[in-house]
Design a protein around this ligand. Structure first.
Ligand SMILES: Cc1cc2nc3c(=O)[nH]c(=O)nc-3n(C[C@H](O)[C@H](O)[C@H](O)COP(=O)(O)OP(=O)(O)OC[C@H]3O[C@@H](n4cnc5c(N)ncnc54)[C@H](O)[C@@H]3O)c2cc1C
Length: 76
C-alpha cells in the first residue's frame, strides 16, 4: 500500500486542516485534511465521513445561522 499512496513531505502533518474549518458553515473534505491515513482513497473516504459527522454535530448551529442570515437578508 505504501508504494501506491502519495506521501506528504516531511513535517506536513501539523498543516493538515480539520474538516470543521474556523469559518462558520464552511467544512472541508479531502485526503489532505486531518485524518489517520496518508493521501489515499481510504483517507478521502474517511475525511468525507468526518466532514459529514461535523455537519451533523453542528446541525442546530447551522439551522440557527441560516435563520439569522435569512432574517438579515429580509430586513435589508
Ligand atoms: C497517479 C495516482 C495514483 C494513485 N493511486 C492510488 C492508489 O492506488 N490507492 C489509493 O488509495 N490512492 C491512490 N491515489 C491517491 C488517491 O487518488 C487520492 O488520495 C484520492 O483520489 C483523493 O480524493 P479526494 O476526494 O480527496 O480528491 P480528488 O480525487 O483530487 O477530488 C477532488 C476533486 O475536486 C475537483 N476540484 C478541484 N478544484 C475544484 C474547484 N475549484 N471547483 C470544483 N471542483 C474542483 C477536482 O477536479 C477533483 O475532481 C493515487 C493518486 C494519483 C494521482
Amino acid at each position: 500500500m505504501s508504494q501506491v499512496c502519495l506521501q506528504d513531505g516531511p513535517n506536513c502533518e501539523p498543516c493538515r486542516p480539520l474538516q470543521r474549518s474556523p469559518i462558520e458553515g464552511f467544512y472541508l473534505s479531502g485526503d489532505y485534511t486531518k485524518q489517520k491515513y496518508l493521501a489515499s482513497m481510504e483517507g478521502a473516504v474517511l475525511s468525507g465521513k468526518l466532514c459529514a459527522q461535523a455537519i451533523v454535530q453542528d446541525y442546530e448551529l447551522l439551522v440557527a445561522w441560516g435563520q439569522r442570515e435569512l432574517t438579515e437578508a429580509t430586513m435589508s
